[in-house]
Design a protein around this ligand. Sequence first.
Ligand code: HEM
Length: 527
Amino acid sequence: MTDVSSMGPQQGDERPVLTNRQGHPVYDNQNQRTVGARGPATLENYQFLEKISHFDRERIPERVVHARGVTAYGYFEAYGKLGDEPISRYTRAKLFQEAGKRTDLAIRFSTVIGGRDSSEAARDPRGFAVKFYTEDGNWDLVGNNLAVFFIRDAIKFPDVIHSLKPDPVTFRQEPGRIFDFMSQTPESMHMLVNLFSPRGIPADYRHQQGFGVNTYKWVNQQGETHLVKYHWMPKQGVRSMTAEDAAAVQARELGHATRDLHEAIDRGDFPEWELLVQIMSDDEHPELDFDPLDDTKVWPENDFPALPVGRMVLDRNVANNFAENEQISFGTGVLVDGLDFSDDKMLVGRTFSYSDTQRYRVGPNYLQLPVNQAKNAEVRTNQRDGLMTYHVDGAGENPHVNYEPSITGGLREGQYPTHDEQGPVVSGRLTRKRIPRTNDYKQAGQRYLLMEQWERDDLVLNLVTMLSQASRPVQERMVWHFLLVEDELGGRVGEGLGIGPEDVAHLEPLASQDLTEEDRERLSNLG
Ligand code: HEM
């Protein structure tokens, strides 16, 4: 017989008693149930099986990109204006209307390529995803710390990410693979000039900018639309690291940026960003030398000033990393009334991808989780069942009616705030074509020329270090591209690799690219 006198709480221990998930008190958490002290174990060992099988499932698939990240909470406070004008002229989105109006939010900062426990000092874009819990439901603004992206059509996303992820054989991030892909993708040049500059390794999450990157729309009460780009500017200032700084940080710890954010919030040093928007009329803008729907381009601030519309303050850390950081789910499809998509070909692909991966990664009922719920709006759907359902939406007066329309109760359709027609008329033939005005090099060159000398030196050093590990044909093509970006950049990277302009003058333009007059002129000077 077991001696029960040695089990259970010590006299005077007032702590709550451990239970299993069925609510059964646990009397022995040290020993399985066995036949005799030396076993064998019995199969009806419910307490043990529940504990171990839950543990076996503790990990969900990590995000395919942006696996490592940190979540925090705070609020957005609107200014109620866009420049000198009332903001209602451009958008009817409620969160922006009144000066001083606050909206709860959650934010997740992340790196992109590494796994869930990888280094936060890696050269990598940083994710900057904000979930606004508005009274009209959730709005997710899923951005990055760099203003542009590698590609302009979502169909290329799996390829660009495969090239950046570890080699499927060696499981090492291979510069040769990265630049093999990039050398065949001239639209990536603007991003590469940013990523390999010091901006490619932000000092931490508090000292970085955020950008919506893709072009969205704003819709006003009359159904008029404008194109918009979003920017977050840190009140803390922008700080970056060189590769050398980053190596020193990484030698000490892998999660310095997560720690920095946690500690700042814990000590009441709440980080703050201002939200600014650039705005354009909703048309093709033939006067520009780029397409406003192209996410490899920035909109020149002289012509399209960035105007402040509100500020964000982060004042609370998560209580549990898994529930709130691992399971939080953002998506570009998550917009509220007054905000809309543009026809940006990245945006449409992204909008499918996020909720698709979350139904797989977190489960079909991921929107029932507290961190993902539209907690400041009422949610009433006729969606039922599926894995892990724990909540049945309020079905109106008659719980039998989980369909619509019905004359016996249930839910009804709402009414459009104004009408359902908005924006310009769109027409065209079905096709698979590049957008006109790809202009892959000009803004990359302008970015290079805007850099201070030390930033240019760092960019060249980083590119030469990486490209030295690529094959000669890939190096040559990259030097060719950089010469089209800016003579000095191409010249210096070429010099570092022992490749002169005359060595690449024979290369033909890629079949997948369009050149501008200026590009052709630069090409004719190579030989
Ligand atoms: C995360 C797809 C481009 C920013 C993700 C995830 C996917 C994805 C599948 C994982 C989501 C999850 O597991 O919850 C795509 C596709 C893109 C694209 C298909 C292009 C067509 C971009 C761009 C940006 C961006 C251009 C920046 C503007 C982010 C961020 C996250 C993320 C910040 C992490 C969100 C979080 O913290 O949970 N993306 N992405 N992505 N993506 Fe993208």
